[in-house]
Design a protein around this ligand. Structure first.
Ligand code: GLP
Length: 244
């Protein structure tokens, strides 16, 4: 779906999420959301916060699982995705802290395998992701599933692509400070979500959006695996959709 501008598009996506939260409340069930960081979802989170403050949208029945976190990374570091999520969403709504799951960037090398397996297990124990929000990186990554990621991959440690580290460099005040690794939900973890919405804004995403939607399905562009999902929508602005 291509919108005139990302603001209007973000509001539509936020309303879909709010409708799902309310539907689950009506069913007295939890709503399990997979959430993303980056600039793309910021306006969606702003609109959800507005709906909480002005319309009483409650997040008490919402369980969240974030896609990824740098490794190593302390949660109180301003570059952490933990910090980002609290700053843009969690600090402003009534979600119980115990409902929030963000990969832990402080796990030791020895613990990572068990930790990553337990992350996927927790998602499953909560009944799976009802909704997964995604952005896309210039390498075609979703979460931090860089080129080469297997379609059947679960949550794991990944080595970041050079392009991804270049893109992250400004917020780390130089590429030397960007971590080389991250923990990311896997392609399979993401693909098991019942509904997926990928956000793409601006002309600098147009090339990778074209490859993702029109290109062959391949691990070279991990986002192409989304072509096989039966309930996935790409929500774009005219810039990101300009090469389709
Ligand atoms: C990071 C995140 C991704 C995100 C991507 C794009 O690499 N790990 O989940 O989709 O950035 O970010 P932006 O939305 O700022 O373009």
């Amino acid at each position: 779906v291509i919108f005139e501008d990302s603001n209007e598009a973000s509001i539509v996506v936020a309303h879909e999420i709010a409708a799902l939260i309310k539907k689950r409340q009506g069913q007295k069930r939890n709503c399990v959301l997979g959430l993303a960081t980056g600039s793309s979802p910021i306006r969606v989170y702003e609109e959800l916060v507005r709906m909480h403050k002005e319309e009483g949208l409650s997040f008490k029945n919402v369980i969240t699982f974030n896609l990824d976190e740098y490794l190593p990374m302390e949660p109180n570091n301003i570059q952490s995705y933990f910090y980002f999520m609290h700053e843009h969403l969690f600090n402003h709504v009534d979600i119980p802290e115990k409902n929030i799951h963000i990969p832990d960037g402080t796990v030791s090398n020895e613990e990572t395998t068990a930790y990553c397996l337990s992350y996927d297990r927790k998602i499953k124990e909560h009944g799976g992701l009802d909704f997964q929000l995604l952005g896309i990186g210039r390498t075609g990554h979703v979460g931090f599933n860089e080129p080469g990621s297997h379609f059947n991959s679960g949550t794991r440690v990944i080595t970041l692509d050079h392009i991804t580290r270049v893109d992250a460099a400004p917020s780390f005040l130089g590429i030397a400070n960007v971590p080389r690794k991250a923990i990311t939900m896997g392609i399979a973890t993401v693909r098991k979500a019942k509904r997926i919405v990928l956000l793409g804004w601006g002309e600098n995403k147009a090339g990778i959006i074209k490859k993702t939607i029109e290109g062959d399905i391949s691990s070279h562009v991990p986002a192409t695996y989304l072509q096989e999902h039966d309930n996935c929508t790409f929500v774009l602005d005219t810039g990101a959709g300009s090469q389709l």
